[in-house]
Design a protein around this ligand. Structure first.
Ligand code: ATP
Ligand code: MG
Length: 455
């Protein structure tokens, strides 16, 4: 388990969210400081511009063919009329003709607005000037089409702008701040959701990958819904799996073919030895040949149970397979002076399993029990709903060997009983393929092997 700190450090999701959060915060504060703190004039210019644009639409041509805008002659209910009338000390508009004469104005002013100590210039667009000891921000904008040469001028006093907090150094009102923070969280939440869904195909892919084992190497990662940036990685991974599967197949085929090729000559050798005269060494040689045959057979079984196509899953009755195995081993058991007892017989246990490999598994467990049982003892087989256990009354297993016995070719040191050391490895392969577990423990006296088939 990764610690919380490491999860933050290594998670793509958290890294993207943090980067996004920092970037968005910087962007918002950047925009605010540019607009309001570093450049308040920008906002004032914008306000004046809007006024001018609005007033241009209200201009009409008077009887002398000049552009005119008169508070008295306009609709008295209009907002702008009311505002310019009420704030007539702080808010002005006027139309100036090409000669710089005021032809129409919000109050009785007669002079065109111009920066202090300069005269009117129709090309000066943004400026400040003083009037009645008050500072004003002014804007002059040329009129178009029929009124070419005429300018509309609007002016707003600094004190009015201050009333509306437009020139203050920290003008970010609480609402604006709140809305910004809220949108930051909403957008971050949207990013979290998007990333979560973007990573969904990756999670699916890792689920599939975690199920790929030597027994189930055919699985491939799906590219459906995968972000395009990850497709090269996924297809490279799939190609690597393809190569592994091929290599694995070659190895399996080699093992199976080699074991097969050795079986026939060994059978011939055995036949020839049997025809020889009885000598002391004849039995020893026959024992050796049997031992090699056992090893070859076990190798073949190991190769077989590792191939998924050797498994046919179907509904089987557990007691039938157990009985088949006992019957198959009854001669061997008799030869060793042991007997096999089925302690609990539950005829109704059904499983979805491959009967032939389950037979091999039980055969190896019971064989071991027979070989390690003293003559005259029994081998107890107990069946419960989800388990089958095989227990003998032999010498048991050395405690420090309990975690070694399932390893391939491992056999207890100085052991007189012959064997290939592969039986339990075969059992483990079969159990794993079925999704089962096989474990060993000492039962004093003797050893118990439990096959756990619970889902
Ligand atoms: N019931 C048992 N009692 C005591 N020791 C056991 C028992 N079953 C297995 N062992 C130990 O575990 C070892 C591995 O068993 P495994 O079945 O894998 O190989 P094997 O029996 O030696 O050879 P083979 O592949 O021919 O079965 C055995 O050699 C033995 O030392
Ligand atoms: Mg064995």
């Amino acid at each position: 388990m990764l610690s919380l700190k490491n999860r933050f450090k290594h998670s793509l999701k958290y890294r993207l969210i943090i980067t996004f959060f920092v970037a968005l915060t910087l962007l918002i504060s950047g925009i605010y400081s540019y607009l309001f703190v570093m450049n308040p004039n920008l906002l004032i210019g914008h306000i004046l511009n809007e006024q001018a644009e609005f007033l241009i639409d209200e201009i009409y041509t008077n009887s002398m063919g000049e552009p005119e805008l008169s508070i008295q002659k306009s609709n008295q209910d209009a907002h702008w009329v009311w505002i310019y009338e009420t704030l007539n000390e702080d808010l002005f508009f006027q139309i100036v003709d090409p000669q710089g004469e005021v032809v129409s104005a919000s109050t009785r002013q007669t002079k065109a607005f111009a920066p202090d100590n300069t005269s009117y210039n129709k090309h000066t667009s943004n400026f400040t000037f003083t009037r009645n000891n008050k500072l004003f921000y002014g804007l002059s904008e040329p009129l178009k089409a029929a009124y070419t040469g005429y300018n509309i001028q609007v002016a707003t006093s600094l004190r009015l702008l201050e009333v509306f907090q437009i020139t203050k150094r920290s003008p970010i009102s609480k609402t604006v701040l709140l809305v910004s923070i809220l949108s930051l969280f909403i957008v971050s939440f949207a990013v979290i959701i998007t990333i979560h869904f973007m990573l969904r195909p990756l999670r699916k892919a890792s689920d599939i990958a975690s199920k790929i084992t030597p027994q189930n190497i055919q699985g491939r990662l799906s590219m459906a819904e995968m972000p395009s940036e990850l497709i090269p990685l996924i297809s490279a991974f799939n190609e690597a799996l393809e190569r592994l599967e091929q290599g694995f197949k070659v190895q399996q085929e080699f093992l199976a073919t080699a074991a097969h090729e050795l079986k026939t000559p060994l059978a011939l050798i055995r036949g020839e030895i049997e025809m020889l005269e009885k000598t002391n060494s004849k039995n020893l040689i026959l024992e050796d040949v049997d031992h090699i045959s056992r090893q070859i057979n076990q190798l073949l079984h190991l190769a077989e149970v590792r191939e998924s196509h050797n498994y046919t899953f179907q509904d089987i009755t557990l007691v039938n397979t157990v009985n088949d195995t006992i019957k198959y081993l009854s001669r061997l058991s008799k030869k060793h002076g042991t007997s096999i007892r089925l302690i609990q017989i539950n005829k109704d246990i059904h499983l979805n399993a491959d009967a032939s490999t389950l037979f091999i598994l039980l055969k190896n467990l019971i064989e071991n029990a027979i070989y390690h049982s003293p003559s005259g003892t029994t081998i107890d087989i107990t069946m419960t709903k989800n388990t089958v256990s095989v227990r003998d009354y032999g010498q048991g297993i050395n405690e420090e060997h309990l975690n070694l016995i399932f390893k391939r070719f491992w056999r207890a040191p100085k052991q007189k009983i012959h064997g290939a050391g592969l039986g339990l490895a075969i059992c483990m392969e079969i159990a794993t393929f079925h999704g089962w577990k096989v474990t060993a423990k000492n039962s004093s006296p003797g050893a118990s092997f439990v096959l756990d088939m619970s889902p």
